[in-house]
Design a binder for this molecule. Structure first.
Ligand code: SF4
Length: 443
């Protein structure tokens, strides 16, 4: 029997990376690497990188710089870098960081055990960044890659249903670093969720860059609403969420699913990015503000309790005051439940990075502050509307003072109660709505 070793994973960025890090930990647990939160103890440190963030490359080098003393103290320590920056930079990361052992791309997680063995036994440094487009290897076996912390009280789980993106929004690096869209076979998804439910998971979030384009594995004739319907019939599962929906692909049948599927929670994350038609066109988003507003109306028409959240980029190249006013107007019309807003910053190798009419930093800053102020007002108003109402809450954890959980509409709810209720759904009367959360009492 191989000696037990320890793995430390640092994750930068998005939900997709959180899920990949869980899979890495699960996969490597099967190769005697147990997760640790202590870098000193680790025999293997993996940095899972994200290039959607500002100054992504710089962040990678600076994190790797902090690892040098660990390697000096323990030369047998293996250091690996995965994720989007690894996909983009490949071999050059190895050249620039002499104590880095492994670079693996977004389609190469399944190669990790082999790369680690080669580094450990033969001192081999390697970079694997091949795209496995259309080849099922990139979806790890759902049993082999189970999160290593399953069965330790986890109530919610992330489940990848598709990878990559075909949309090529002009500011986005994803299609270049995660490849073209590929859907995972539905049988594997179902098997993974059943496995999660067996270990106590009550809610799953199906993730992918554009889940609405889900079409099943090779030779399967299915779509996203059909997948949701299959998942809805899994015994023991209480809630289903999904993220992210591209507005142009939000179909009528998906909107109908919110009425017909009892476990599908009333929350849609529908990134609008801008309220201006001119900017949407330059972003290559594939919808107009009118078309977007119609989808919002359809969602709320079918499901009045629907919470809608969104992403917005301010200061995209060429954005004028009038364009930004359209974005503010969109925010007021939709009355989002929450917004994730960012200042535009160019990502190397994207079309928008080469646009000449970049917006000055101080204007971006001013617009972002105005947007946040507006959204805070709206969120507060919307959450106050909950006061006195009764909502279902899935309890996910507790801090020293109180239990915390999520309502079906994805609101964070704080309640007083027994710790043993974590993992249960309870009904709660809301006593206070704040800008970011609700407080209530169990009834
Ligand atoms: S839909 Fe656009 S923003 Fe989203 S991942 Fe694809 S290219 Fe990027």
């Amino acid at each position: 029997m191989d000696q037990e070793r320890y793995l430390f994973v640092e994750t930068q960025g998005c939900q997709m990376n959180d899920s990949d890090s869980e899979k890495i930990a699960g996969l490597l647990a099967g190769h005697n690497y147990m997760p640790t939160a202590d870098k000193e103890k680790a025999d293997l440190i993996i940095l899972n990188t994200c290039s959607v963030r500002n100054k992504a490359e710089h962040k990678v080098y600076s994190y790797l710089g902090t690892l040098r003393p660990y390697k000096e103290k323990k030369p047998e320590l293996i250091i690996g870098v995965g994720g989007c920056v690894a996909q983009q930079k490949g071999e050059s990361l190895l050249k620039r960081v002499p104590y880095l052992d492994i670079v693996f791309g977004t389609h190469n997680i399944h190669k990790l055990p082999e790369l680690i063995d080669n580094a450990r036994v033969r001192n081999e440094r390697a970079s694997e960044t091949r795209f496995y487009e259309g080849e099922p290897e990139i979806f790890l076996d759902p049993v082999l890659a189970r999160p290593a912390d399953l069965g330790t009280g986890k109530v919610t789980g992330l489940v990848t249903v598709m990878l990559g993106c075909d949309n090529f929004c002009s500011y986005c690096i994803v299609p270049y670093v995660r490849g073209r869209e590929i859907s995972r076979p539905s049988a594997d998804i179902i098997r993974e969720i059943e496995g999660l439910v067996e270990t106590g998971v009550k809610e799953v979030t199906l993730i992918g860059q554009n889940v609405n384009s889900y079409e099943g594995g090779v030779g399967e004739d299915t779509d996203f609403p059909s997948l949701l319907s299959e998942i809805n019939s899994i015994d023991g599962l209480k809630r289903i969420r999904f993220m992210t929906s591209h507005p142009k692909d939000l179909s009528e049948s998906l909107i109908d699913s919110f009425c017909s599927l009892s476990k599908l929670c009333e929350h849609t994350h529908l990134p609008v990015q801008s309220g201006s038609d001119i900017i949407l066109e330059r972003m290559n988003r594939g919808y107009s503000r009118d078309a977007y507003l119609k989808k919002v109306q359809a969602l709320r028409g079918k499901s009045p309790e629907m919470a809608i959240t969104s992403d917005i980029i301010v200061g995209f190249p060429g954005e004028t005051d009038a364009d930004f006013d359209d974005t503010m107007d969109m925010t007021e019309r939709v009355r989002y439940d929450a917004l994730f807003a960012f200042k535009y910053s160019p990502r190397p190798e994207t079309r928008a990075a080469g646009m000449t009419d970049q917006v000055p930093e101080d204007i971006k800053e001013r617009r972002l502050t105005a947007l946040f102020d507006k959204q805070r007002e709206i969120s507060l108003e919307k959450n106050r509307e909950y006061e006195g109402r009764i909502v279902e809450v899935l309890l996910e954890g507790r801090d020293p003072e109180r239990l915390s959980g999520k309502s079906r509409a994805f609101k964070t709810v704080y309640l007083k109660g027994d710790e043993r209720l974590v993992g249960e759904t309870v009904m709660a009367r809301i006593t206070k709505g704040s800008a970011n959360s609700l407080t209530g009492e169990i009834i």
